[in-house]
Design a protein around this ligand. Structure first.
Ligand SMILES: NC(=O)c1ccc[n+]([C@@H]2O[C@H](COP(=O)([O-])OP(=O)(O)OC[C@H]3O[C@@H](n4cnc5c(N)ncnc54)[C@H](OP(=O)(O)O)[C@@H]3O)[C@@H](O)[C@H]2O)c1
Length: 254
């Protein structure tokens, strides 16, 4: 029997994600992983960063790629399948490349657990909407929202990957020290990797023109914007010679 779109759960899921994002702005303390991890970490011992990031991100890839593979149309057929392909590409990179290269310090299990649940929910929401609900006009591929959105998605992903590469190069394998990131968009902001990721999901929201896409972009903006601001304060406190003109997330502004 063909799956029929249920609009109400899609809207409820999108509204929940947007609300979660807005609530992040009220948190005064940063989430306790990476730079902001309490040492010693309370509760269950943290997992090696590579294992943790792999397990955390894998569900988003499996769920979205599973739904993409299950549907009968070709990847370059309707816009919905192509857009879901881009979502899968992001999570393929995050799961099988970023996670396996990271030199991060051990990662608390509680955040891995929460992150995995988010990844299952978000992966399902985005994939379900694009395959079973989205209806794009025939000329969507020529629409400015699609073209600009794809451009921003690729640009943001490029900035994110390049910035994460710069951060990785700050450490030798086995080190967990922090240094001042230099180069790329780090010249202007402390959260260059986050800025890239936010641009990426704004592009996705534009190209998909969808409630789940918009909700995820908003969530990323709130969550990563907040975290960039905490990183910035961490750097200012830790390094006396931290570049004074560098902002937290938006060059010259914030
Ligand atoms: N879309 C979303 O909502 C979302 C949510 C979370 C994360 N993400 C993405 O996931 C990726 C990782 O996120 P994150 O929060 O872990 O990023 P992060 O805090 O910037 O850390 C990224 C990596 O670089 C290391 N690092 C950071 N600053 C460093 C410094 N000054 N010197 C040496 N090493 C440094 C970190 O090590 P430590 O772990 O030891 O600090 C970690 O391995 C990012 O690309 C982010 O955009 C996306």
């Amino acid at each position: 029997m063909p799956v029929r779109c249920q609009q109400s759960p899609v809207l409820a899921g999108s509204a929940t994600m947007a609300t979660l994002g807005a609530l992040m702005l009220y948190l005064t303390k940063p989430f306790s992983y990476g730079k902001h991890m309490e040492i010693p970490a309370p509760g269950v011992p943290p997992l090696p960063a590579r294992t943790a990031w792999f397990l955390q991100e894998l569900p988003a890839f499996v769920v979205s790629a599973g739904i993409l593979a299950w549907q009968p149309r070709s990847l370059f057929g309707p816009p919905g399948t192509l857009l879901l392909g881009l979502f899968c590409a992001h999570y393929f990179h995050r799961t099988f490349i970023y996670a396996l290269l990271t030199r991060g310090r051990p990662f608390p299990v509680v955040f891995l657990f929460r992150g995995s649940i988010f990844c299952v929910g978000n992966g399902f929401l985005q994939a379900y909407y694009l395959i079973y609900c989205a209806e794009y006009p025939e000329e969507w591929y020529a629409d400015i929202r699609f073209s600009l959105g794809i451009f921003l998605f690729i640009l943001g992903m490029g900035i994110n990957i390049h910035s994460d590469y710069i951060l990785r190069q700050l450490r030798k394998p086995g080190e967990i020290t922090y240094r001042i990131p230099q180069g790329g968009l780090f010249t202007y902001v402390s959260g260059a990797n986050y800025l890239g990721e936010i641009i990426e999901w704004i592009g996705y929201a534009l190209a998909t023109w969808s409630p789940p896409g918009l909700a995820f972009a908003f969530f990323s903006l709130c969550y990563l914007g907040q975290r960039a601001s905490h990183h910035h304060r961490f750097y200012l406190k830790m390094f006396e010679d931290y570049p004074k003109s560098r902002k937290a997330l938006i060059p010259f502004i914030f």
